[in-house]
Design a protein around this ligand. Sequence first.
Ligand code: GLU
Length: 306
Amino acid sequence: MGAGRFAPSPSGELHLGNLRTAILAWLFARSTQRDFLMRVEDLDRARAGAEETQLADLRAIGLNWDGPTVRQSERAPLYAAAINELRQRNLVFECFCTRRDIAEASSAPHAAPGTYPGTCRDLTESERASKRESRPAALRLRSATGEFTITDLLHGPFTGVVDDFVVLRNDGVPAYNLAVVVDDGVQGIDQVVRGDDLLSSAPRQAYLAQLLGYPAPTYAHVPLALNAEGKRLAKRDGSVTLVQLAAHGIDATEARAMMLASLGLPVESLEAALSAFDPALLPTDPWVFTTDPGSGRGMRTTPENR
Ligand code: GLU
């Protein structure tokens, strides 16, 4: 039996878009007889108290998960071991570039925008020694490919850039792409359901997973929630967190019903939604969530949203 997961970053309260992704991750896992694991991604962006609030909100909408909640901040030895292995296999190199160096180099003609241009890949040992004196190094993967293809349940085959991405930041913190791959691998997670803003990261992660000997998970990158202007939903949009909704007299069960309705699923319980869940019928467009100021009950979502 494999496992699915939800992996929130405790940077603030979850909003309806995040909670809807969590519901989807739960539905994907439970409908395929997988465990469902909770992992708090608190290597950075952690705000005091946010983890407790997020987990309480996930419970309030009826989600349950298996085993203890895992925190990335408590797993440093696992990341260090993976980085060590990459080091020993000569699969990483020290990089001294600033963001600005990279932006300038990658805006050169013929460079793929946003892609690491390889500046520090082939420095000599004496060049590295002198650069170390002015700036701590990040570690980048010595990638042997420029792209990698993953298969996504919603997007089909997806080919994306795999450059020499950072695996250890120059402040000593493991990079998100490294931590997520190590965690999914070590935790036996074989199903990754998350927002489709991360689709473009999946090829890098799947490539690294392969290097570290982990099987590629099944991916489902699900549509995000947008506000009335078509921008990614955010807390400042108002009436989008459970606390904000409660102030309008909308409790967690009613909020869950709104999210399930947006997925075209029965709204009366998670179990009813689970029985009806069929990934092939999921909406592939973003969920446009508009709120009527003043009257919480005037909230509309796009009809059917299929
Ligand atoms: N922690 C990431 C986020 O909250 C999700 C990472 C993942 O699901 O792989 O955006």
